[in-house]
Write a protein that binds this ligand. Sequence first.
Ligand code: GLC
Length: 630
Amino acid sequence: MTERYVFGTPFDTEAVLDKPAASPESALGHGLKLSADKKKVSYDLDKDDVIYGLGESLHGMNKRGFVYKTFNTDQTKHNEDQYSLYGSHTFILIEGAKGSLGLFTDYPGLVTYDLGFTDKDVLTITAEEADYEMYVITGKSGLEIITEFRKLIGKSYKAPLWAFGYGQSRWGYKCEDDIREVVRRHKENNLPLDAVYMDIDYMDNYKDFTLNPEAFPKFKEFVDEMKAQHIHLLPNVDAAIKIEDGYDMYEEGVKENYYCKDENGEDFIMAAWPGKSVLPDFLRPEVRRWFGLKYRFFTDAGVDGFWNDMNEPALFYSLKGLKETAEEISHLKDETDTLDLYSLWHYLDTMNALANKPEDYRSFYHEPEGKRIRHDRVHNLYGYNMARAASEVFNEIAPKMETLIFSRASYIGSHRYAGIWTGDNSSFYSHIELILHQLPNLNMCGYLYVGADTGGFAFHTSENLLKRFMQVSLFTPLFRNHCALGCREQEIYRFKDIDAFRNLLNLRYALIPYLYKSYVDSIENNKLMFTPIGLAFPEDKEARHIEDQLLVGDDLMIAPVYKANAAGRDVYLPEDMTLYLMKSDKDFTKTELSKGHHFINVDIDEVPIFVRKGKSLTLGKPAMSTAELE
Ligand code: GLC
């Protein structure tokens, strides 16, 4: 059952399209307490209560014991000291002694979730303004509540089957030949591949919907050449538009007044990859349509996949902020003889604070339906509406294509328009574990087409780390190897043990029929594709604290190895299961295991897959691309 409470005058995020009638505030029950200013809802936690949700946020699968801030942030450090990432997924599920309770706070600005941090026994949800909606969902079980919530927010975006193929990406592929080389080396080594990603380097000076003409002289022919080899190209599309006289897109937007404004009504000037830029006001339908139709530049050439980026929006600086900072640090030149440590820190902090400044997010405006609204109040809707811009027109501009789109920034509602990837992780073992925590929590918030940068984006990967990363990613819908400029090249053909990597890819392609079926089933029936065993076996007290095992679809359970140099791992089985230790789709051992705790030995080249009682492991035949799957 869903109850809806409305506080103040909320902005309609369109997260929920078909809203149930509002309940009077006095009906708020289930142990929830509303503060006098109505900004805060609190709840007393029992010792063993588990809190799921908050989508891609950091920390454990059980979110208890930390503070989370939902304010979409271009966060390059996915460490334990961070409060926010790129997406704001404001649904939580409390599982505990008093039963199960789902809470969705529909507020598009900053919401702070203190989940037993300040007081270990108290949960508080605080919206920055008392203008929000709170949905309270009850049901017989956590899984039932999740299904109810997912019905409320509407059916998730469905990616095409080819989007389950393996993709190779790297920030730094500059021209046609760089991409050709990736494809050739995959083919030479019999390594399956479906996609090569085009990061910002393909553009002409980082201008959206342009190509560097020297690097891509005959783009349409190049797309066809790739298509003939069953390779999809996926260009990166950034939110900010370069300010440049003569750049048609920039000039059109100026003429039509499509950009966000500063407090004086002038175009708000900020910087991202193109240098000084402006931000399209995606909250306005006519701006969305204008921007969406621009994708034609690519779809007309036969491109059918896109990743939207930098759309929190990331602000490297605002022009105003840059000027203030330059003024402030100019004083340093007078202090070179007297500078003490505190002043030094002040200057260092001043420079570091230039990007993504809270003041900057408070200094520009949107004009949805002609009403001026300050950006920070609707901040989390920006990437959502950028994804919507493209998704809403694909049927019109590319009716015969099966397009794929995923985004970095998101807010619940955007799950109907696009998938997401989890942004700039690092080549750390702990970031493999993080994927296991994020997957079910993203699924409950509606995000089914998801995946992480395999191998890690920042820092340098190693052969074994990449293997362990792949052993998780080969189960996720988006399976993309991506890394940052300057980091060790991590295309799999660069490593010694290509046979083992080929085996992993073959296993992925053999699993695609099962994975895609489970994915579609999760969309159609508002289920999780990745289920924590604590939710699947609510009566099992041991299962509720297991954070590194997941059911995948209805038949399988995974318990990946994610520790460096580990010879195996502990696994808890909530029921009897069959363990397949898979070296490839054809080479495996099979062991029956009974309910309970086990230590399993897992070689670096093995993937443990557990088959649930009464179910079986159904593998297809591997292929060099999804187009060649039988
Ligand atoms: C951002 C993206 C990353 C991309 C880079 C350059 O950091 O998250 O994936 O490679 O920008 O475009």
